[in-house]
Design a protein around this ligand. Structure first.
Ligand code: NAD
Length: 401
């Protein structure tokens, strides 16, 4: 199994590099990459005052990459996921599933996907007969995730599913059971858990740089337009801003601390005179209490100008990300007392395509037979907290988890 061995080396190398980035002054990756026997090393020609250039890779050759079928060709697939394959090391697109064959044929031609590997929703199960497809990536409206994960699992292919996992914890439980029964992996696409700045902040926390965590404040909001879109229809979305963008704040409060909340207090706002918010909330604010005494205070809205930030407060330092959940350009800084002076540090962290990192993690899990860092259970936990948030908003009471 040379493939797995070499891929494992590269992956472990990436993990080691990520650790190094987060620890030793956030050094450039190229300085720390060990020599790989199949990696071409080029000499540095610039002076020591210049940033060192890195040679990307080694990437897996086409025939050894994990083939993905992309299900749903909307904005996320076209604008982020398909282009991200260009930066991936272990993944490649090999099939498309769409209700619009002409659109799918155009996209297949753009990405070098065989025209015979285009499927409709009705014949989706025929993916089972395509040996090139090892993973199915569900990028459909939230209310369709359960059906397509369950049907997909029956094809025997591993499943990567967009967030939010479903529209309820009951659906999420069903999806986990179906994948277990079919003996296929299930990963939820929490891209921010694979994004280098978020990972660097997690590393600061695990190294104790912030001291004991006390507070987390975060917002993820945007202004929605078209009132006819599926995001504003409860059966397809499962809710308004909370499961769509507020979920980032909730997941970050849990992921970055490594703790699980024990109590929730929340309120929602649904204006009566706005066509966009007939079925779902426009805004939601919630606070989470964790057993250690750490608390998270979050707001999310579909009715404010785009705003994405988080701030973590610990007994010996604070850290801030703004933006925190963007596709590109996330920024991290943190501050602590150094001698007699407050030292604010904005580490240089190499930006990487987080969708490529996320898909490559899943590819790695398939190649190596390991479990994803964000399995179905991770999505289920968030659904249980979101249900508690809605219950608290409805009853006006604190809800225990
Ligand atoms: P979109 O509306 O742009 O695309 C949805 C696709 O599903 C379209 O191709 C549409 O034709 C198809 N579809 C099939 N049946 C449909 C139906 N009954 N109603 C509506 N569309 C139908 O949505 P999107 O922004 O690509 O979101 C898709 C999924 O990705 C959602 O689960 C969303 O939460 C998630 N998402 C994640 C991120 C992220 O950063 N990870 C960002 C955006 C969206």
């Amino acid at each position: 199994m040379t493939l797995v061995a070499s891929s494992r080396r590269s992956f472990l190398r990436s993990a080691a590099v990520a650790g190094a980035v987060a620890t030793a002054g956030f050094a450039q990756q190229s300085e720390r990459r060990p020599n790989e026997e199949n990696e071409v090393q080029l000499s540095q020609i610039h002076g020591p005052s210049e940033q060192k250039e890195s040679t990307p890779g080694p990437f897996l050759p086409e025939d050894r990459r994990v083939g993905f079928a992309i299900v749903g060709l909307g904005r996320l697939s076209l604008n982020q996921i398909l282009p991200a394959f260009g930066s991936s090391e272990y993944s490649k697109p090999v099939a498309l599933v769409s209700g619009d064959r002409a659109k799918a044929a155009k996209i297949a031609a753009q990405y070098g996907i065989n025209g015979s590997a285009i499927y409709g929703y009705a014949n989706y199960e025929e993916l089972a007969k395509n040996p090139e497809v090892k993973a199915i990536y569900i990028v459909l409206p939230n209310g369709m995730h359960e059906e397509y994960v369950v049907r997909g699992a029956k094809t025997g292919k591993h499943i990567l599913c967009e967030k939010p996992m479903a529209t309820s914890s009951k659906e999420a439980e069903h999806m986990i059971t179906a994948c277990k029964q079919a003996k296929v992996k299930l990963m939820i696409a929490y891209r921010q858990q694979y994004e280098p700045h978020n990972r660097a902040l997690r590393q600061l926390v695990t190294e104790g740089k912030l001291g004991e965590l006390r507070g987390f404040v975060s917002s993820n909001s945007q202004q929605e337009g078209d009132p006819a879109q599926w995001r504003l229809k409860r059966s397809l979305s499962g809710g308004g801003c909370l499961p769509d963008v507020g979920l980032y704040c909730l997941n970050a409060a849990r992921f970055l601390s490594g703790e699980e909340p024990s109590e929730v207090m929340a309120q929602t706002w649904q204006p009566k005179d706005d066509l966009r918010f007939v079925e779902v909330e426009a805004s939601c604010s919630f606070s989470l209490r964790f057993p250690s005494g750490y608390t998270a205070t979050c707001t999310t809205s579909y009715d404010v100008h785009k705003s994405q930030f988080l701030r973590m407060e610990g007994t010996s330092a604070w850290a801030e990300m703004s933006p925190a959940f963007a596709y590109h350009g996330n920024k991290l800084k943190w501050s602590h007392l150094d001698g007699e002076h407050e030292n604010e540090i904005a580490p240089q962290i190499e930006e990487k395509d987080q969708f490529a990192l996320e898909m490559d993690h899943f590819a790695e899990c398939i190649l190596e037979g390991i479990e994803p860092k964000t399995p179905g259970e991770e999505g289920l936990r968030d659904h249980r907290v979101m249900e508690a948030i809605y219950e608290s908003a409805r009853t006006g009471k604190r809800v225990k988890l």
